[in-house]
Write a protein that binds this ligand. Sequence first.
Ligand SMILES: [Zn+2]
Length: 273
Amino acid sequence: MPESPDLEVIKEYLERVLPGQVIEASEVLRPLVVRSLLPEYTVSTLEGDTLSEVGRRGKFLLLGLESGRTIVINPMLAGRLQYCSPDTRRLARTILILRLSGGMDLRYVDPKSMGKVYLTPDENLVPRFGGQGPDALDPGFTLEVFRERLRTRRGEIKGLLINQAVLAGIGNAYADEILFEARLYPFRKRPSLSPDEVERLHRCIRSVLSQAIVVLRERMGDDIDVKIRDFLQVHGHGGSPCPRCGTPISEIRARNRLSNFCRACQPGKMIEG
Ligand SMILES: [Zn+2]
């Protein structure tokens, strides 16, 4: 699933190539994935419109248009964008193709068709967009803001990190990485965390995400449709030695998701209920 580091690097790339390009043609191959939030905003009305600023908030990418409308992309589990020559073979499950005046295609591909592409006059009309907490990479996401977001929450810390209403942009993979870096057991309940642990967690959110961006920026290059996760420390590495202490990394399925962590570096015990 794309998380904020992946989407931030994709945003940076699109910011370099998209603004000023006119959408010359559009093709919707799977209509259910593409939603117009006003009846008159059919995809064909994109033709002749010009792409302007590119943005990101949490796990949403925003492509502004000179008409004032915005294309909002929520890739969910498997959605990705391709910026490629029109001759490039279409991948299975290509959902939307925009032919641009610079001679390239911007395509949205989604093997699971779980993501959504919205065309809207206002991004706050997009489901789940307005209810997001502060973006984990936003400079305004300070320790004070984090403490305030957690104050009334009593759940497990990993569940809170990936709850987009608490803070936006972190998913299952980077939550595992952040908790490993902070040496915190993923299933600790929030009230059990000391002020120092909350501070460490906040620091690790910033450091893990920003270091991932540096790696992805270098390795992704123009290939914005590839997902690079092989540099992660624990996520996806169940059974391998912990890079810090050598203990085999645990992998457990709980709360409908897979979690990887080191039992030695991140001690704790799951409390049911
Ligand atoms: Zn360890």
